[in-house]
Design a protein. Sequence first.
Length: 335
Amino acid sequence: MADRAEDPRSAPPIRWGILGAGNIAATFASAVNAHTRAQLVAVGSRNKDRAERFATAHHIPTTHVGYRELVEDTQVDAVYIATPHSEHKEQALLAIKAGKHVLVEKAFTRNAGEAEEVFAAARAAGVFVMEAMWTRFLPHVYALHQVIDAGEIGEIINLSADHGQAFTFDPTSRLFDPALAGGALLDLGVYPVSFAHDFLGVPDAVQAVGQLTTTGVDGQISMVLSYGDRAQATLSTTMWAKTPTMALISGTEGNIVVKGSFYAPTSFHVQRLDGRVWEFNQPGTKGLQYEAAEVARRVAEGATESPRMTWDNTLEVLRTMDTIRAQIGVSYPGE
């Protein structure tokens, strides 16, 4: 791990094709254009008008109707997949077959089995693939690791994190549609689960309770993850209320409060038992440029995965979420 997050503008240039033209794709495109040396060269959507509007808004020269044309575009070095979770596996495999490097929105796939298929294909093709868990590349997360690795709060005993957003119920929305792998966990809960994994690793035991929506996806889940003899993570996610989206890390020598939104660029407060108090202050800017820069750096060096978000990391988080979904009774069509 680097000592701190590097300036995204220092990453080598890379040519991006964007697969999907929704809100997260727009956020990614804006971040890449504003904060990196990369080029956005193409966008693909099933809707011609939507692709053209997206291209105009983000100064992208080429549009494609459909995804095969996008991944086979010779201008494109890497494909960013920004579609519903249900589509990630097939679209990643399509891009890999075309020889493209791939950044896949989180959750990476619906389940660990699908992710294993994608990584096997990437391994055979020798291309770079990474889950777009942008939180791992943010300045405050690097700083958190420095503080904890230096022993400032001692042994971690408890980590807590929440991610809840208030969404109006709409059975036609991807968030509430089982066929599109909707629900709180894969869209929102992946953040606290991955955050706990980043600092505590793979849990020894998982306990979850939740409530489902009338469409059969998870509306709210509370989770307790146990590690070793005494460390725990207490996590929650919901689509029914806006929560503080904070994270707390408590240890034998002190604690850290990570301000909301903990998964985006933010600040944190350290309180030690000896009375020493200090803060890490981070401007609240957009942060997807950091993951884009990570892809560019690793591709330039010929790597197939990132040491900060390895294939094993993605699989471990997905296996935890598979366990959580099994405990609350959520499955998706075709699983």
